[in-house]
Design a protein around this ligand. Structure first.
Ligand code: TGC
Ligand code: FAD
Length: 402
């Protein structure tokens, strides 16, 4: 457990203000702005003072789960009757943006719960499953994870070998998932596995089921404050009522990914804004050659390019959010935003790190942490190149995956 009081005293105050060069705020409602400001305050109070210490110690702060529940970060887009926030997709995006401004690993915890656990139960679950799990997931009484990736099937999930057999009164689940966010602490896992006919289905597997284990993955240089692990199924007896009845086939997990990738497109802008904000302040304060380094053209070029890219990404997110609200956003449109914004954030993190010189490599500033986190974000939920191929497929009609 991190020594939070000592850390809090030693950390600098979080002065983050946000970036709005084009008046994108004019496109937001008062409710959107209120939601953003409440999550921004939450991040300043509950995440910023501790995050460097958690990340340095590779500590997942489990107590954040309840706090996320209280502040409405879990399933904001899920209807209120199931414990969700009943909010629109712009609100959901803003929440992910503000949390990832604090840390991508913290956003992972929230977006996996909302888009990859609550969403499939809401969309494909029975009424009993929704009532049993959704309110507890929304409040943070329960933590969930999403098992799609396997050791031998990452970008190509349709090849998965995790499987279940119909044993009459239950299913028998075997296989393993890898790289699963939240898994070491999760109470339930939404697991994608093939039946005897090779058709992919979602199953809800609960911690405590015999033969089910969740070994933690150690030694990560990225998302260090997020718990990542495996899901191992060794003849796990899964009750038949735990199968998600609403949809089968790869399209079911892919629909969940559409929602999560959308959240990442917003989250990445949060990380980028934090790096830009830190770089701008540092450049104005740091004196070299008797002047603030902000007075040098090369530094101004970096800052101007950061601001330009953040502004473009904000507009992209807003328009995509409006299409999400209307149910019109396509997978390829979501891919474009996820791919563009994460690459943009990673570039900005690297440039901002340079502006901070040697100080940029320390935990006193958030640059290296964002930069290392974004190396995962650019890989998970579909790699940068897989999203390029999704766009290539859309443009040409020819899938170039295989
Ligand atoms: P393909 O032949 O294109 O499609 C197979 C079937 O799926 C349907 N489908 C969709 N349906 C609804 N919505 C979507 N977005 C859909 N995408 C595909 C499709 O219509 C088809 O249906 P049917 O009925 O014709 O069979 O599939 P493919 O095997 O060629 O794969 C395509 C590819 C490579 C684009 C896809 O598999 C892919 O996106 N791969 C990347 C894998 C990925 O993103 N994994 C993410 C794992 S989860 C994660 O990383 C969480 S990190 C969370 C965190 O910590 O924040
Ligand atoms: P691979 O698929 O082996 O790809 C390796 C390289 O090959 C990449 O550069 C890729 O772009 C390239 N490549 C692959 N296929 C092609 C092709 N057809 N054409 C050109 N290039 C190609 N998964 C979950 O299910 N749930 C989670 O909660 C989850 N959380 C994660 C958390 C972290 C920290 C990380 C790192 C990953 C997580 N993942 C999760 C897994 C993630 O989705 C996969 O890592 C990702 O989909 C890529 O799969 P892979 O790592 O097996 O890489």
């Amino acid at each position: 457990m991190a020594d939070t009081s000592a850390v809090q005293q030693s950390m600098k105050q979080d002065l983050f203000e946000g970036v709005d060069f084009y008046g994108v705020d004019d496109l937001l409602t008062e409710e959107h702005k209120l939601i953003r400001s409440s999550i921004r305050d939450f991040v300043k109070k509950e995440i910023s003072p501790y995050i460097e210490d958690w990340a340095q110690k590779a500590h997942f702060p489990y107590e954040i789960v309840r706090k996320f529940g209280e502040v409405g970060a879990f399933g904001p887009q899920i209807p209120e009757e199931y414990g969700g926030g009943g909010l629109d997709y712009i609100s959901y995006g803003l929440i992910m943006q503000e949390i990832e401004r604090g840390d991508s690993g913290m956003r992972s915890t929230a977006s996996v719960q909302g888009s990859l656990v609550m969403y499939p139960i809401y969309k494909f679950g029975s009424e009993e499953q929704k009532m049993k799990y959704l309110p507890k997931l929304a409040s943070g009484e329960m933590l969930g994870c999403f098992g799609l990736t396997e050791p031998d099937f990452g970008s190509n999930p349709s090849g998965m070998v995790t499987n279940f057999k119909d044993m009459g009164d239950h299913y028998l689940l075997n296989g393993a998932k890898m790289w699963i966010s939240n898994s070491p602490k999760a109470d339930i896992a939404v697991v994608w596995a093939k039946n005897e006919a090779g058709r992919i289905h979602g199953l809800i597997v609960e911690r405590g089921m015999e033969g089910f284990s969740t070994p933690e993955t150690h030694g990560k240089w990225s998302l260090r404050a997020s718990a990542t692990g495996e899901l191992v199924f060794d003849n796990v007896k899964v009750p038949k009522e735990n199968l998600l009845p609403g949809k089968s086939g790869l399209g079911a997990p892919m629909m969940c990914l559409d929602s999560a990738r959308y959240g990442i497109a917003w989250g990445a802008v949060g990380a980028a804004m934090d790096c830009y904000d830190s770089a701008r302040r540092y450049a104005l304060e740091r004196i070299q050659f008797d002047k603030p380094i902000a007075s040098f053209q090369l530094i101004q070029k970096k800052l101007a390019e950061m601001l330009s890219e953040i502004t473009k990404a904000q507009l992209l997110n807003w328009k995509l959010g409006m299409m999400m609200n209307e149910g019109k956003a396509t997978t390829a449109q979501i891919s474009l935003a996820k791919r563009n914004n994460v690459a943009m954030a990673l570039d900005i993190a690297r440039e901002a790190r340079q502006i901070h010189g040697g100080m940029g490599i320390t935990g006193e500033y958030p640059l290296m942490r964002h930069m290392m986190n974004l190396e995962s974000v650019v890989t998970y939920e579909g790699t940068h190149d897989i999203h390029l191929l999704i766009l290539g497929h859309e443009i040409t009609g020819i899938p170039a995956f295989k």
